[in-house]
Design a binder for this molecule. Structure first.
Ligand code: CKX
Length: 599
């Protein structure tokens, strides 16, 4: 678990320099890089862009599909003005694991390919000179790691990733690398909670520094006017006649913390926050005490060329697509996204269900991806897996807790909850995570087809339900879709007639659709069928008032492993992988824009 995960800033006390660009890269199939001295660099490097996944740049299958150890290296200069500071390297995402060396000195290792970590290199760097950072990385999949899968060894000795999940195992330095210089005594974390009413908002804050509890705190509006001040490690900032952060109508204040030593400022950290509250009341999801109906998508960080790399250009396009279609939310399926995604959503007033990469915890559903037909939670790997799982839940919440856009935490995607062995795992997970978020936002996980009202043994844990349902695609498909609708209604009637009074959000439903394939009457894979399927779901959604959200799968087509059920990836996108609309996009736009924006 990381001590602090504040997003890098430059100010009068701090320096943030990105090391993005071309790095040296080399595969290490024999895992002998250390023995060969690669910790201080290596010859015959491949010139590799960062941030980027390495996979899709190559023209040979062995390189695209490479699984095992691989290395990055980059020379960087540390200016003398950083002398006296704590000097750090911050990696936005190293997928899936990394060991960091600076000038040949091992600094630290990190497990988990979708959350940042910081390496303190103060004692390893040479000031006023060129230094070299190298990373030994590895992208193998294991049942006791997130995301879950296996790594097979083929008869030719090459390793092959066998994911228990439906997205490509893109690997590499997928997000930016920062060279940071911060004061020795520095602010490393803060949190806020809110009380809001028409004429007043109160921000309860807490701020932590490595040494000292003497702080000055201010809150400014979007015009730079200071609207409230406070002092001390904890306190309240009271705002009269506030402009609240609303769904699709965002307003961001700037909170600024100054750390004082003997009355003199020695560090400062400023960030944008939104004054809003999140609640679950009965079967309603409330933002600022007002019921919200979620319209949006499951997504992926996925694009042509750079794979899983964060790309500001793609994110700008995706945000515009979501605004165009009338969406107000998305799930960060199936892993925490780059921090800049949450900043975009903060600015656009879009709600995020933030999901940790606990995906593939279900052998049966992974069967067409190479899993086994048994209960995942009966496995011998569970104890080791849990340590990594809760560690990444802690870091996800620590990193993302101050974003107004974060609505809820999804602690797992489609786990196998239909067996008794899942219960102790989820009991521990929900107990260990209940106090991590100062705002106590709702916690949930998605329930797959097999985990229904009848069969799931873990329905007591979620604060609201995320249902992934695929009648019309994975069962009762084509002309049989009417039976699919009947089955869906039958399950929802069970929820309706039960004593459960919590919101249900449909977090996945949809049909693979080949853009340009038209058929009258429809046929599966045609654009017409995708519309018919969503129209069936919408008829059902409109029949139950406890359904408080619809998020079809997926915003865009995305890459998966190759297989006889995938046509160059998953084609359930409402938009194509290059972000152009399928016919269903216009159907959804008509439905969603007919609802008030903040409905
Ligand atoms: C029945 C499980 C559906 C599955 N749910 C998880 C997503 O990551 C997949 O892409 C989606 C699919 O197969 O389309």
């Amino acid at each position: 678990m990381e001590k602090g995960l504040l997003y890098p800033v430059t100010n009068q006390f701090r320096q943030d320099q990105k090391l993005d660009g071309i790095w040296d890269f080399k595969f290490d199939p024999e895992a002998k890089g250390e023995a060969k001295g690669w910790t201080t660099g290596f010859d015959d490097p491949i010139k590799m862009p960062v941030p980027a996944s390495f996979n899709d740049f190559f023209t040979d299958k062995d390189s695209r599909e490479y699984t095992g150890d691989f290395w990055y290296a980059k020379k960087f200069f540390v200016p003398t003005y950083m002398d006296g500071k704590k000097i750090q390297l911050r990696f936005g995402a190293a997928t899936h694991r990394a060991t960091v060396y600076v000038n040949g000195q091992e600094i630290r290792s990190h497990e988990g390919g979708f959350l940042p970590f910081t390496a303190d290199i103060t004692d390893a760097v040479k000031l006023g000179e060129e230094n070299i950072v190298t990373l030994k990385m590895n992208n193998e999949l294991h049942r006791d790691a997130l995301p879950a899968g296996d790594t097979a060894t083929l008869k030719n000795g090459k390793k092959m990733a066998k994911p228990f999940f439906d997205f490509y195992n893109y690997s590499g330095l997928n997000r930016s690398v920062h060279l940071l210089a911060v004061p020795q005594n520095n602010i490393y974390d803060y949190s806020t909670t809110y009380e809001v009413s028409e004429d007043q908002a109160t921000v309860h804050y807490r701020v932590d520094a490595t040494d000292g509890k003497d702080f000055k705190v201010s809150l400014s509006d979007e015009d730079g006017n200071v609207v409230a001040t406070s002092e001390g490690q904890t306190g309240d900032l009271v705002v009269k006649n506030p402009t609240l952060w609303q769904v699709r109508d965002a307003y961001l204040y700037t909170i600024k913390f100054e750390l004082l030593d003997a009355g003199k400022a020695v560090d400062e950290y400023a960030d944008e926050i939104g004054l809003r509250t999140i609640e679950i009341k009965g079967h309603e999801i409330l933002v600022n005490h007002k019921s919200v109906y979620l319209r949006g998508f499951g997504r992926h960080e996925d694009s042509i060329y750079a794979g899983r790399a964060f790309d500001l250009n793609v994110e700008r396009r995706d945000m515009n697509l979501m605004k165009w279609i009338g969406a107000n939310s998305f799930r960060s399926s199936h892993y925490p996204y780059d921090e800049q995604v949450y900043k975009f959503a903060d600015r656009e007033g879009i709600l995020i269900t933030d999901e940790v990469p606990a995906v593939g915890f279900k052998m049966a559903a992974a069967s067409f991806l190479g899993g086994l037909n048994q209960s995942f939670f009966d496995g011998h790997w569970i104890d080791e897996l849990y340590k990594k799982h809760i560690d990444q839940v802690k870091d996800m919440i620590k990193r993302d807790k101050n974003h107004p856009s974060v609505l809820a935490w999804s602690l797992c995607n489609e786990p196998d909850t239909s067996t008794d062995s899942a219960v102790p795992y989820f009991t521990k997970l929900f107990n260990d995570s209940k106090d991590l978020d100062p705002e106590k936002r709702p916690r949930t996980f998605t329930l797959n087809e097999d985990d229904t009202f009848e069969t799931s043994k873990c329905l007591k844990f979620p604060d609201f339900y995320l249902l992934n349902r695929y009648p019309g695609w994975y069962h009762k498909w084509g002309y049989e879709i009417s039976d699919g609708e009947a089955g869906l209604r039958a399950e929802l009637d069970e929820w309706k007639n039960s004593d459960i009074d919590k919101p249900i959000v449909f977090s996945e439903y949809g049909a693979d659709t080949e853009p340009g394939l038209h058929k009258l009457p429809s046929i599966m894979w045609s654009e017409e069928y995708q519309i018919e399927l969503l129209d069936m779901f919408d008829r059902v959604f409109d029949s139950y008032d406890f359904i408080r959200g619809e998020q079809p799968w997926n915003l865009a087509d995305f890459q998966t492993v190759e297989g006889n059920m995938r046509v160059n990836g998953n084609k359930k996108g409402i938009f194509t992988r290059d972000r152009q609309p399928k016919a269903v996009a216009f159907y959804l736009k008509k439905r969603w824009t007919s609802l008030p924006l903040d409905y």
